[in-house]
Design a protein around this ligand. Structure first.
Ligand code: BV8
Ligand code: ZN
Length: 251
């Protein structure tokens, strides 16, 4: 794989690396992105419509079933070489790596990454939609892709339990976003991996880096909404690009 020398130099000299990842980071693990309409998971569900408070209000059992099945599929897959390369890189002496991910899976953590912040929440956490209390996820996961599944009830107030993910139209939790933004602004290199960079305010973060004069390297097989703003692009899948970049910078 060809890697531009200036990108390899940036990576070799970087000590404080902020990594921003999206669904494309997990594609090679077998989790479809939001824009793979032909994938079975989205065949019967349009994420933009389902990942909303309106969809939940209209039919909580349908939305809950969709998330529980996504959780089943996420448990069945494993971190890919891209996740592992990031975790290996972070463990090198003198490297400080912070990951701000839009993904609700736990593949970065399962690959060994330590400093991971979920801008849009996690599918493995649940809370009460009524009183907001975090809840224990005790309901057994479905064994088939059931179309509807009644959400459990909150032990404190009896309200419906929902996934602790951020839906469209919902405000992002402040702490993960600020941690990612701080890391971006303190970085000497930002990697933008596997995201079309189309969902705000997460999509603002690479622009924050540019405004601070920090180099942003985009890694992914297709153009994104950020492509025109950076001169550092690795037009490859992350599962190949990240191990190649790690090898190119040497140990
Ligand atoms: C908010 C969790 C406001 C749930 C998700 C008009 C203009 C601007 C903004 C808006 C607007 N209208 C509405 C908004 C706001 C909206 C938004 O940005 N909408 C977009 C669509 C325009 N944002 C929100 O609603 C946010 N909240 O703004 O609140 C507010 C303010 C005050 C008071 C009240 C409210 C909340 C957004 C969070 C939504 N939740 N996920 C769940 O997962 O179910 S979003 C979800 O979709 C993901 O988290 C992710 O963010 C997004 C998908 O994007 P990507 O991850 O980039 O994935 P995508 O498929 O798009 O791209 C994949 C990329 O990977 C591609 O480039 C592909 O080429 C590449 N790729 C593929 N294979 C590989 C690869 N790359 C590398 N290697 C590979 N192998
Ligand atoms: Zn409650």
């Amino acid at each position: 794989m060809h890697l531009d020398a200036d990108i390899v130099d940036l990576a070799r000299n970087a000590r404080r690396i902020a990594v921003l990842t999206g669904a494309g980071m997990s594609t090679e693990s077998g989790i479809p992105t939001f824009r793979d309409p032909d994938n079975g998971l989205w065949a019967h569900a349009n994420p933009a419509e389902l990942a909303t408070p309106e969809a939940w209000e209209a039919d909580p059992a349908y939305v809950w079933a969709w998330y529980r099945w996504r959780g089943v599929l996420m448990n069945r897959v494993a971190p890919n070489p891209g996740h592992k390369a990031l975790a290996t890189w972070a463990q090198r002496p003198g490297i400080q790596m912070t990951i701000g991910t839009q993904n609700i899976d736990n593949l970065h953590e399962r690959a060994g990454s330590r400093d991971v912040h979920h801008l849009h929440g996690s599918i493995f956490a649940v809370h009460c939609a009524h009183c907001g209390e975090p809840a224990q996820d005790t309901q057994p996961l479905p064994t088939t892709d059931v179309p509807r599944l009644d959400p459990p009830r909150c032990p404190a107030c009896g309200g419906l339990i929902r996934p602790s993910v951020v839906w469209f139209g919902e405000v992002l939790p402040a702490e993960p976003f600020l941690k990612a933004q701080d890391a971006v602004l303190d970085a000497d290199l930002v990697l933008l991996i596997g995201t079309s960079n189309s969902v705000y305010p997460a999509a603002q973060l690479p622009f924050d880096a540019l405004n601070a004069g920090i180099a942003v390297v985009e890694i992914g097989p297709n153009e994104t909404e950020f492509t025109d703003f950076t001169s550092y692009v690795v037009r490859e899948k992350c599962g190949a690009a990240l191990p190649a970049l790690l090898e190119a910078i040497g140990s």
